[in-house]
Design a protein around this ligand. Structure first.
Ligand code: MG
Length: 248
């Protein structure tokens, strides 16, 4: 009896693991009355739905403050060229001031079941990429959120630096120009690629899995694409429409 129960548990575990999970792209902003992407409000909205994670983008100000924003600039003010004192009053479309990474992580820490997917944006230099990776890890450590965050980046320098400074962190590469074997060789944890890369190279999902890499596709808002990738066994889908894909 015990053996049967254990076997059943094993089957259930495997199917639970195999299920494609969702990550809200820049938070769950696409509500009936949409709010600003990458806003604290979008993060709070994600905490109210049942998904794996909430993604957001990190830049650094000229004087070294980490802030959340997708583009290099907010309202035309270039983040990397501006001290935080001159940036902090810039508003998102929902009226919030530009969030700092610290404030964002503190809000995120209130829901331990929702992973915080930190995208560190590339900079003009390898040194700066490494410095931002280091400061982000330090802040996460200070807030005791090491088990709560995962990292993604288009910058291979950033990905490598994160793993070098703290090998236990999960880091996925975004660019889509490296095969699963190449990403494994570099020592990263997964591939988080534009969905068309997986459509062009569908075998990469099985290859990645056999290498023990995580697979994730962005930004999937079409249910047909979601189903196609789910059938291929993708681990995660990053989407602007998380509620549409939540299994009832
Ligand atoms: Mg992003």
């Amino acid at each position: 009896m015990k053996k049967i129960a254990l076997t059943l548990f094993g089957i259930c575990s495997i199917s639970a693991m195999a299920q494609t999970q969702l990550i809200a792209h820049r938070g769950y902003w696409n509500t009936p009355n949409p709010t600003a992407k990458n806003s604290v409000e979008a993060l709070k909205n994600t905490q109210k739905i049942k998904v794996y994670g909430s993604e957001f983008d990190v830049h650094q100000t000229k004087d070294g403050v980490l802030v959340i924003n997708h583009d290099n600039d907010i309202n035309g003010v270039v983040i990397a060229d501006t001290n935080f004192g001159d940036l902090k009053n810039q508003k998102l479309s929902n009226g919030e001031a530009i969030p700092t990474l610290k404030d964002y992580l503190i809000t995120g820490s209130k829901d331990q079941n929702l992973k915080l997917i930190v995208e560190i944006k590339p900079t003009q230099s390898k040194e700066l990429d490494e410095k931002i990776a280091q400061s982000t890890l330090a802040l996460v450590k200070q807030l005791k959120l090491e088990n709560h965050v995962e990292y993604i980046s288009f910058s291979l320098n950033t990905c490598k630096a994160l793993k070098a400074y703290q090998p236990s962190v999960k880091v996925q590469y975004l660019m889509g120009d490296l095969s699963p074997a190449q990403v494994k060789e570099i020592g990263l944890d997964g591939i988080d690629y534009y969905y068309k890369i997986f459509q062009k190279n569908p075998e990469w999902i099985a290859q990645a899995k056999s290498l023990g890499l995580i697979t994730n596709a962005w930004t999937v808002n079409d249910i047909k694409v979601y189903q196609e990738l789910e059938k291929l066994g993708i681990d995660f889908i990053t989407t602007d429409t998380p509620v549409d894909f939540i299994k009832k």
